[in-house]
Write a protein that binds this ligand. Sequence first.
Ligand code: GFB
Length: 431
Amino acid sequence: DLTYKNVAQAPEYCGKKNGYALDDKNCFWHTEFTSKRYILYDVNPPEGFNLRRDVYLRTSIFVRNLSEKSKKRYQWHLVLPPWGNLYHWRSTDIGPQKQIPWSTFFDLESLKKYVPVIEMHEFIKEYSQNSKTSAIDRVYILQNDEKMFETGNFDDKNQLVNCTPDALRKYQASSSGNYGAKFWGYSNVTANEVKCLVYHGTMSGLEENLYPDIYSSVMFDHMEIPLHDSYGTKEFWAARRSMRYNSALYEIANDFSQKYLKSNDSRDKTELPMDWTKEKSKRNALGGPYLCVHLRRRDFLIGRAGSVPTIKNAASQLSIKMEELNLQSIFIATDAENNEYNELKSLLNMYAVTRYTPSDSVKKLYKDGGVAIIDQIICSKARYFIGTHESTFTFRIQEDREIMGFPSKMTFNELCGIEKCKSRSSWKILW
Ligand code: GFB
């Protein structure tokens, strides 16, 4: 029984009220209290798909640790924020790209083997039960400590502050005291409380804001702010390995590589067990007989102009590599405009140059995010991979190749930019 029998047992911060019904504004009390607890989160809107995948990793490790720490007193569930309205998802011929469930891109059963996850639409159904809305108990809008750089004090911070109108821009208080925010475009999701929290530190420090004896659902907005507790550790890699893609995306990618790139999982030693928990450390992956390049363009040409090559220079770097590796086929994953792709293809006309172009039905079903994953899968199985400096799209391919067991020198390669070559990071897998 998790209810407080008398007010003396109630936590200090709920204030002392008659009886034990703690439903004042700061301490909402659920009558039907169960041990099920939900963590929701959202990310700064401009962030791209592959950085968001990293935020998921941090959060999933946090939620898994919560369950372990609370010794099963609470069943913590991670609510998966629907995908949508991403800056890079520009296709207009496939309808609106919003409220996309995670199952479009990822295999939920694999995710669940790491941490209990639940899609937003399932949460709404489960949580609202008989009422018309799903009211999240408490939302924290995380904020960077703007003074940190001025003062030079980089100590951890976890401090409630008054919300500025700017921070609350997307939250509107209603006459009933609830906050509406059109969470992911759902008008039937509201929040009972919204707080602003200046935060600096790793994910685990968020735990002290949860008050699971009182709140059964807590959401963190701007979840990109807390840092990894365990970047690059075995725990990190277990969570990462659980991020298997939707099996349909593997099938599409594999069909393409068999047909156009003479690739075959068993011959190329890129097979993985169905269940990621059964994977074992290996370094013998060979990959299909092609080189894959991830050539990031568009906003990188503006924001990171020095670290991307010209098309001509990319072609010359690739030709050198192709000769060295004695390969005939190049697969190009890119967000480049057609004219850039065509220029690169014609400069490399001594090789079989190909890219993946989705059919209308694939695009309609799996959207720009699914098409990007198909490119990533094809690159992850190439004999040799060369990516773009500091692109998280490239990082996710490198991680997939580490999981598959490629020798690291066939994975951690980057095109040199217009300026000199930058030093490369290589985050190797730990088992
Ligand atoms: O994934 P992402 O965060 O990687 O953003 P970066 C790039 C997006 O562009 C992908 C598309 O999610 C795709 O939608 N894209 C890029 C591609 N390369 C390819 C490709 O080879 N194939 C396909 N199909 N799509 C960061 C952004 O991008 O770059 C930040 O997240 C910021 O918001 C920064 O813009 C400069 O890490 O490369």
